[in-house]
Design a protein around this ligand. Sequence first.
Ligand code: ZN
Length: 324
Amino acid sequence: MSDLLFMTPVFKHRIWGGTGLKDLFGYEIPDQNTGECWCISAHPNGPSTVKGGPYDGMALDVLYLVERHLFGDGYGEQFPLLVKLLDAKADLSVQVHPKDRIVNHQWVPGKSECWYVLKTDPDGAVILGHRASSKACFEKLIKEGRYDDLLIQQPIKQGDVIDVPAGTVHAILKNTMVLETQQSSDVTYRLYDYDRKDASGKKRDLHLEDALLVTTIPHQEVITSKQIIKSSHATITRHINNAYFELYECVVEEKLSITHERFLLMSCLEGKGLINGSPFTKGDHLIKTILTNEVVIEGHATWIISTPHHKNKEAFPHEHLEFR
Ligand code: ZN
Protein backbone atom coordinates (compact mmCIF):
# COMPACT_ATOMS: atom_id res chain seq x y z
CA MET A 1 0.00 0.00 0.00
CA SER A 2 1.94 3.00 -1.27
CA ASP A 3 -1.07 5.01 -2.42
CA LEU A 4 -0.94 7.09 0.75
CA LEU A 5 2.28 7.83 2.62
CA PHE A 6 1.63 8.85 6.23
CA MET A 7 4.45 11.04 7.58
CA THR A 8 6.25 11.32 10.91
CA PRO A 9 7.01 15.01 11.49
CA VAL A 10 10.14 16.72 12.81
CA PHE A 11 9.94 19.31 15.62
CA LYS A 12 12.08 22.43 16.04
CA HIS A 13 12.97 24.45 19.12
CA ARG A 14 12.43 28.20 18.61
CA ILE A 15 12.75 31.05 21.12
CA TRP A 16 9.27 32.22 20.17
CA GLY A 17 7.68 28.73 20.36
CA GLY A 18 5.36 27.26 23.01
CA THR A 19 3.44 24.08 23.78
CA GLY A 20 0.54 24.65 21.39
CA LEU A 21 1.52 21.78 19.10
CA LYS A 22 1.08 19.38 22.01
CA ASP A 23 -2.02 21.13 23.38
CA LEU A 24 -3.83 21.19 20.03
CA PHE A 25 -2.63 18.02 18.33
CA GLY A 26 -1.25 15.86 21.15
CA TYR A 27 2.20 15.61 19.56
CA GLU A 28 5.13 14.64 21.76
CA ILE A 29 7.13 17.85 21.61
CA PRO A 30 10.81 18.07 22.59
CA ASP A 31 10.53 21.10 24.94
CA GLN A 32 8.42 24.03 26.18
CA ASN A 33 9.55 26.28 23.31
CA THR A 34 8.63 24.15 20.33
CA GLY A 35 7.91 26.54 17.49
CA GLU A 36 7.74 24.40 14.38
CA CYS A 37 6.52 21.02 13.25
CA TRP A 38 7.87 20.08 9.82
CA CYS A 39 4.95 17.89 8.81
CA ILE A 40 5.74 17.09 5.19
CA SER A 41 9.36 17.94 4.52
CA ALA A 42 12.09 16.77 2.17
CA HIS A 43 14.33 19.64 3.22
CA PRO A 44 17.83 18.55 4.38
CA ASN A 45 17.42 20.66 7.54
CA GLY A 46 14.62 18.40 8.74
CA PRO A 47 13.17 15.71 6.49
CA SER A 48 10.04 13.96 7.72
CA THR A 49 9.93 10.17 7.44
CA VAL A 50 7.36 7.70 6.15
CA LYS A 51 5.25 5.98 8.81
CA GLY A 52 4.25 2.37 8.00
CA GLY A 53 4.00 0.50 4.70
CA PRO A 54 6.84 -0.64 2.45
CA TYR A 55 8.81 2.62 2.88
CA ASP A 56 8.49 2.75 6.68
CA GLY A 57 11.21 4.92 8.24
CA MET A 58 12.49 6.32 4.94
CA ALA A 59 13.20 10.06 4.82
CA LEU A 60 11.13 11.94 2.25
CA ASP A 61 14.14 13.48 0.49
CA VAL A 62 15.62 10.01 -0.14
CA LEU A 63 12.26 8.57 -1.15
CA TYR A 64 11.74 11.38 -3.69
CA LEU A 65 15.19 10.69 -5.13
CA VAL A 66 14.97 6.90 -5.47
CA GLU A 67 11.24 6.22 -5.89
CA ARG A 68 10.27 8.99 -8.30
CA HIS A 69 7.50 6.82 -9.79
CA LEU A 70 5.45 7.68 -6.67
CA PHE A 71 5.55 11.39 -7.52
CA GLY A 72 6.05 11.63 -11.30
CA ASP A 73 8.52 13.80 -13.19
CA GLY A 74 8.25 17.48 -13.84
CA TYR A 75 8.80 19.02 -10.42
CA GLY A 76 12.57 19.37 -10.50
CA GLU A 77 15.30 17.52 -8.64
CA GLN A 78 14.15 18.68 -5.22
CA PHE A 79 10.79 17.92 -3.65
CA PRO A 80 8.97 21.22 -4.32
CA LEU A 81 6.95 21.99 -1.18
CA LEU A 82 7.28 22.02 2.59
CA VAL A 83 4.32 21.92 4.99
CA LYS A 84 4.79 23.15 8.56
CA LEU A 85 2.76 23.91 11.64
CA LEU A 86 3.93 26.98 13.55
CA ASP A 87 3.12 27.80 17.17
CA ALA A 88 4.02 31.42 17.88
CA LYS A 89 3.76 31.97 21.62
CA ALA A 90 5.80 35.15 21.11
CA ASP A 91 6.24 37.35 18.02
CA LEU A 92 8.40 35.97 15.23
CA SER A 93 11.16 38.21 13.92
CA VAL A 94 10.28 40.53 11.05
CA GLN A 95 11.74 38.79 8.04
CA VAL A 96 11.85 38.38 4.30
CA HIS A 97 12.73 35.47 2.00
CA PRO A 98 14.53 35.55 -1.37
CA LYS A 99 12.87 34.74 -4.69
CA ASP A 100 13.98 31.91 -7.02
CA ARG A 101 17.54 32.54 -8.17
CA ILE A 102 20.62 31.05 -9.84
CA VAL A 103 23.54 30.22 -7.52
CA ASN A 104 26.70 28.63 -9.02
CA HIS A 105 24.81 27.88 -12.26
CA GLN A 106 22.09 26.07 -10.31
CA TRP A 107 18.48 27.03 -9.88
CA VAL A 108 17.68 27.53 -6.21
CA PRO A 109 14.09 27.85 -5.03
CA GLY A 110 12.96 30.98 -3.24
CA LYS A 111 10.48 30.88 -0.42
CA SER A 112 6.96 31.93 -1.23
CA GLU A 113 4.69 30.82 1.58
CA CYS A 114 1.09 30.94 2.70
CA TRP A 115 -0.55 30.64 6.11
CA TYR A 116 -3.80 29.02 7.11
CA VAL A 117 -4.70 30.53 10.48
CA LEU A 118 -5.58 27.79 12.98
CA LYS A 119 -5.80 29.89 16.11
CA THR A 120 -5.24 33.49 17.13
CA ASP A 121 -6.31 36.10 19.69
CA PRO A 122 -9.50 38.19 19.18
CA ASP A 123 -7.18 41.06 18.25
CA GLY A 124 -4.81 38.76 16.31
CA ALA A 125 -2.64 40.28 13.58
CA VAL A 126 0.34 39.62 11.36
CA ILE A 127 2.91 41.93 9.81
CA LEU A 128 2.51 41.89 6.06
CA GLY A 129 4.28 44.46 3.91
CA HIS A 130 5.73 47.91 4.51
CA ARG A 131 5.01 51.58 3.75
CA ALA A 132 8.35 52.67 2.26
CA SER A 133 8.06 54.14 -1.22
CA SER A 134 11.75 53.70 -2.04
CA LYS A 135 14.80 51.83 -0.88
CA ALA A 136 16.22 55.03 0.60
CA CYS A 137 13.04 55.58 2.60
CA PHE A 138 13.08 51.96 3.79
CA GLU A 139 16.69 52.29 4.98
CA LYS A 140 16.00 55.61 6.68
CA LEU A 141 13.06 54.26 8.71
CA ILE A 142 15.15 51.27 9.82
CA LYS A 143 18.09 53.44 10.75
CA GLU A 144 15.82 55.61 12.88
CA GLY A 145 14.17 52.56 14.46
CA ARG A 146 10.72 53.66 13.24
CA TYR A 147 9.37 50.15 12.78
CA ASP A 148 5.76 51.12 13.57
CA ASP A 149 5.85 53.63 10.72
CA LEU A 150 7.51 51.18 8.37
CA LEU A 151 5.59 47.95 8.93
CA ILE A 152 1.97 47.21 8.03
CA GLN A 153 -0.09 45.18 10.50
CA GLN A 154 -3.04 43.22 9.17
CA PRO A 155 -5.78 41.83 11.41
CA ILE A 156 -6.38 38.08 11.10
CA LYS A 157 -8.93 35.58 12.35
CA GLN A 158 -9.21 31.82 12.45
CA GLY A 159 -9.67 30.27 9.00
CA ASP A 160 -7.99 33.14 7.11
CA VAL A 161 -5.45 32.24 4.45
CA ILE A 162 -2.66 34.69 3.75
CA ASP A 163 -0.44 34.50 0.70
CA VAL A 164 3.12 35.72 1.32
CA PRO A 165 5.15 35.85 -1.91
CA ALA A 166 8.94 35.82 -1.63
CA GLY A 167 10.19 39.40 -1.18
CA THR A 168 7.32 40.35 1.17
CA VAL A 169 8.28 41.65 4.62
CA HIS A 170 6.33 39.63 7.17
CA ALA A 171 6.00 38.25 10.69
CA ILE A 172 3.60 35.98 12.50
CA LEU A 173 2.76 37.58 15.85
CA LYS A 174 2.18 36.15 19.30
CA ASN A 175 -0.56 33.69 20.29
CA THR A 176 -1.07 32.53 16.72
CA MET A 177 -0.86 29.08 15.19
CA VAL A 178 -0.75 28.52 11.44
CA LEU A 179 -0.32 25.75 8.94
CA GLU A 180 2.31 27.03 6.53
CA THR A 181 2.66 25.74 2.97
CA GLN A 182 5.77 26.97 1.24
CA GLN A 183 8.40 26.33 -1.40
CA SER A 184 10.98 23.94 0.04
CA SER A 185 13.54 26.50 1.21
CA ASP A 186 14.96 27.48 4.57
CA VAL A 187 16.52 30.85 3.76
CA THR A 188 15.34 33.71 5.98
CA TYR A 189 16.73 37.22 6.25
CA ARG A 190 15.89 38.82 9.57
CA LEU A 191 15.14 42.56 9.49
CA TYR A 192 14.15 43.20 13.08
CA ASP A 193 13.96 41.03 16.20
CA TYR A 194 12.52 43.50 18.76
CA ASP A 195 16.01 43.63 20.39
CA ARG A 196 15.26 40.28 22.04
CA LYS A 197 17.94 38.22 23.74
CA ASP A 198 18.15 34.44 23.97
CA ALA A 199 18.73 32.41 27.17
CA SER A 200 22.46 33.19 27.05
CA GLY A 201 21.80 36.95 26.73
CA LYS A 202 22.68 37.09 23.04
CA LYS A 203 20.68 38.83 20.33
CA ARG A 204 19.98 36.85 17.17
CA ASP A 205 21.78 38.01 14.00
CA LEU A 206 20.08 40.43 11.64
CA HIS A 207 20.65 40.31 7.87
CA LEU A 208 19.83 43.86 6.82
CA GLU A 209 21.88 43.96 3.63
CA ASP A 210 20.55 40.68 2.28
CA ALA A 211 17.02 41.61 3.32
CA LEU A 212 17.22 44.92 1.45
CA LEU A 213 18.42 43.17 -1.70
CA VAL A 214 15.41 40.84 -1.85
CA THR A 215 12.60 43.00 -0.44
CA THR A 216 9.92 44.14 -2.88
CA ILE A 217 9.89 47.96 -2.67
CA PRO A 218 7.32 49.44 -2.79
CA HIS A 219 5.24 46.68 -1.22
CA GLN A 220 2.86 44.86 -3.56
CA GLU A 221 -0.41 43.89 -2.00
CA VAL A 222 -1.49 40.35 -2.81
CA ILE A 223 -5.11 39.84 -3.68
CA THR A 224 -6.23 36.24 -3.36
CA SER A 225 -9.47 35.18 -4.98
CA LYS A 226 -11.04 32.34 -3.13
CA GLN A 227 -13.43 29.98 -4.78
CA ILE A 228 -16.06 27.90 -3.02
CA ILE A 229 -16.84 24.50 -4.47
CA LYS A 230 -19.88 22.61 -3.14
CA SER A 231 -20.20 18.88 -3.04
CA SER A 232 -23.11 16.97 -1.47
CA HIS A 233 -21.35 16.19 1.82
CA ALA A 234 -18.46 18.65 1.96
CA THR A 235 -17.56 22.30 1.52
CA ILE A 236 -14.37 22.96 -0.38
CA THR A 237 -12.60 26.30 -0.66
CA ARG A 238 -9.76 26.91 -3.05
CA HIS A 239 -7.84 29.62 -1.23
CA ILE A 240 -4.63 29.89 -3.20
CA ASN A 241 -3.56 29.44 -6.78
CA ASN A 242 -0.21 31.20 -6.93
CA ALA A 243 2.85 30.67 -9.10
CA TYR A 244 3.91 27.54 -7.20
CA PHE A 245 0.93 25.68 -5.78
CA GLU A 246 -2.79 25.44 -5.18
CA LEU A 247 -4.23 25.17 -1.69
CA TYR A 248 -7.66 23.81 -0.78
CA GLU A 249 -9.56 23.58 2.49
CA CYS A 250 -11.99 20.65 2.62
CA VAL A 251 -14.60 20.44 5.37
CA VAL A 252 -15.99 16.93 5.08
CA GLU A 253 -19.43 16.31 6.64
CA GLU A 254 -19.74 12.66 5.77
CA LYS A 255 -17.88 11.65 2.66
CA LEU A 256 -15.75 13.27 -0.03
CA SER A 257 -14.07 11.81 -3.08
CA ILE A 258 -11.13 13.75 -4.52
CA THR A 259 -9.76 12.91 -7.94
CA HIS A 260 -6.43 14.17 -9.19
CA GLU A 261 -3.74 12.50 -11.27
CA ARG A 262 -0.84 14.27 -9.54
CA PHE A 263 0.47 13.93 -6.00
CA LEU A 264 -1.17 15.80 -3.13
CA LEU A 265 0.06 16.95 0.27
CA MET A 266 -2.68 16.50 2.86
CA SER A 267 -2.95 17.60 6.50
CA CYS A 268 -5.87 16.77 8.78
CA LEU A 269 -6.51 19.68 11.17
CA GLU A 270 -9.76 18.52 12.75
CA GLY A 271 -11.79 15.33 13.11
CA LYS A 272 -11.19 11.70 12.28
CA GLY A 273 -12.36 8.95 9.99
CA LEU A 274 -11.12 6.76 7.17
CA ILE A 275 -9.08 7.72 4.15
CA ASN A 276 -9.09 5.06 1.41
CA GLY A 277 -9.99 2.65 4.21
CA SER A 278 -7.11 3.62 6.55
CA PRO A 279 -7.91 5.35 9.85
CA PHE A 280 -6.83 8.98 10.23
CA THR A 281 -7.09 11.56 12.97
CA LYS A 282 -6.43 15.27 13.56
CA GLY A 283 -2.69 15.98 13.27
CA ASP A 284 -2.03 13.37 10.57
CA HIS A 285 -0.11 14.39 7.47
CA LEU A 286 0.23 12.36 4.32
CA ILE A 287 1.07 12.34 0.64
CA LYS A 288 -1.27 10.89 -1.96
CA THR A 289 1.12 9.39 -4.50
CA ILE A 290 0.32 8.99 -8.20
CA LEU A 291 -0.26 5.24 -7.74
CA THR A 292 -3.88 6.22 -7.16
CA ASN A 293 -6.02 8.96 -8.70
CA GLU A 294 -8.74 8.94 -6.09
CA VAL A 295 -8.86 9.66 -2.38
CA VAL A 296 -12.07 8.89 -0.47
CA ILE A 297 -12.44 10.56 2.93
CA GLU A 298 -15.18 9.24 5.23
CA GLY A 299 -16.00 10.94 8.53
CA HIS A 300 -16.21 14.48 9.84
CA ALA A 301 -12.94 16.27 9.29
CA THR A 302 -11.13 19.36 8.01
CA TRP A 303 -8.22 18.83 5.63
CA ILE A 304 -5.82 21.27 4.01
CA ILE A 305 -4.61 19.97 0.67
CA SER A 306 -1.94 21.40 -1.58
CA THR A 307 -0.53 20.41 -4.92
CA PRO A 308 2.56 21.90 -6.58
CA HIS A 309 2.25 23.16 -10.15
CA HIS A 310 3.79 20.87 -12.73
CA LYS A 311 6.56 22.53 -14.73
CA ASN A 312 4.89 21.44 -17.99
CA LYS A 313 1.33 22.71 -17.79
CA GLU A 314 0.39 21.28 -21.21
CA ALA A 315 1.03 17.74 -19.99
CA PHE A 316 -1.59 18.25 -17.32
CA PRO A 317 -4.56 20.14 -18.75
CA HIS A 318 -6.73 19.08 -15.78
CA GLU A 319 -5.11 21.52 -13.45
CA HIS A 320 -7.61 21.53 -10.62
CA LEU A 321 -8.76 18.86 -8.24
CA GLU A 322 -12.17 17.27 -8.84
CA PHE A 323 -14.58 16.66 -5.99
CA ARG A 324 -17.57 14.41 -5.68
ZN1 ZN B 1 8.52 33.43 6.52
